[in-house]
Design a protein around this ligand. Structure first.
Ligand code: BMA
Length: 367
């Protein structure tokens, strides 16, 4: 009895002391236990996890060498977040648009999870109308053509079936489904993808997003996903929410913003992340800087001089930079440092900052 009173008192005190309630659970009520745990972890972590697209698959000077990562070769630690790309899976191919076999992606994604890492997946889907790639944005019919009753709806179903099978195949050796942050139809505020705002109506874009989530969740029973919404830069909450599919369809409020040739990056990134943080707090969801980077990172102090001040003091779960393309395929297309590059030393200072979290900073329980 006495114990009960103490427990009741402790609970009441904890409730009274607790701050605003943070994100509670993913929008998918049937999300697996590991997916729910990932969401809690994303909302509770103190600091900003660092992510790198395709981190362990290849680097600037190597490809498919087990254990390697350009980030690790610079700072001695793996990233905490990994991005992977599924473009071309919708065509039934066994390699991505970047030539990476999907079997390898699965292997690296599961290995990253077993080390305590967080996985996020993007999808540069080919244009269903023209047969061109994701950047073939000449045609304005593509999004509408995928909706129920329209001529390419079958293509959408087939594509989502393929993605669903991939998501469901992400299992640890003991059969546990690996949780993944899925970030479809990204950067839709720009005009460079066929699903962009200049190429589709607001209603059709939202319908495509909702159909994608509902189909994977209810028709295919995929329950190991968190959904991330990631426009490019925005200037206001209104702007951000213009094509927002609704709170029941999004777990993570993200945004993408790249360093360009002009000097607007810091201002644009800060303004956009201010919006992300405010909306994430209001909606009790997780915020993230889902893609960023400076191609070729020519600035020797870009990490601590530019990126760190942008992410410091922010309630965002992670910041992810884009891939280090293998230079024999694509020269100077790298966004993380590699050993010997001009920003490598500065990256070590960025790594050492208490703000940034890499694999070794993750709580033991996640590793
Ligand atoms: C882009 C570039 C392309 C790549 C695509 C998907 O931003 O890196 O080379 O094909 O992402 O990974």
């Amino acid at each position: 009895m006495k114990n009960c009173i103490w427990i009741a008192l402790a609970a009441a005190t904890a409730a009274a002391c607790a701050g605003p309630v943070g994100p509670q659970s993913p929008v998918d009520k049937q999300a697996t236990a590991q997916t729910k745990a990932l969401y809690v972890r994303l909302s509770e972590l103190e600091g900003v996890m660092f992510g790198h697209q395709d981190a362990t698959l290849y680097g600037y000077t190597w490809r498919y060498e087990p254990g390697r990562s350009d980030v690790r070769e610079v700072c001695g630690d793996y990233p905490a977040v990994y991005g992977w790309e599924l473009g071309d899976m919708e065509l039934g191919r066994d390699r991505s648009l970047d030539g990476v076999p999907f079997d390898r992606i699965r292997e690296h994604l599961v290995a990253a999870y077993l080390r305590g890492g967080v996985n996020t997946v993007s999808w540069h889907c080919n244009n269903p109308v023209t047969g061109g790639n994701a950047w073939d944005a000449r045609d304005v019919r593509a999004v509408a053509s995928l909706l129920p009753g329209a001529e390419n709806h079958g293509f959408l179903l087939e594509s989502l079936d393929r993605l669903a099978a991939f998501f469901q195949s992400l299992r640890t050796p003991d059969g546990t489904a690996v949780p993944v942050i899925f970030r479809p139809w990204h950067e839709h505020t720009g005009d460079w993808f066929w699903w962009g705002a200049a190429q589709s109506s607001r209603e059709d874009y939202i319908a495509l997003w909702r159909f994608t989530v509902d189909y994977l969740r209810y028709d295919r029973g995929v329950h190991n996903l968190l959904y991330a919404f990631s426009p490019d830069i925005v200037s206001s909450e209104e702007d951000y929410l213009d094509r927002y599919p609704g709170d029941d369809y999004v777990d993570i409020l993200g945004a993408d913003c790249y360093y360009g040739k002009d000097s607007t990056y810091v201002q644009s990134a800060c303004r956009t992340l201010d919006v992300v943080e405010r909306l994430a707090a209001a909606k009790r969801k997780v915020g993230a800087f889902t893609e960023t980077g400076y191609e070729g990172v020519p600035g020797p102090v870009w990490w601590t001089g530019t990126l760190l001040p942008i992410i410091r003091d922010r309630h965002i779960a992670y910041v992810m930079v884009w891939r280090n393309a293998y230079r024999e395929e694509l020269d100077n297309h790298f966004f993380a440092p590699y050993s010997g590059t001009v920003s490598a030393e500065d990256f070590n200072a960025f790594y050492a900052s208490p703000v940034t979290l890499f694999e070794n900073d993750l709580p033991e329980m996640y590793r």
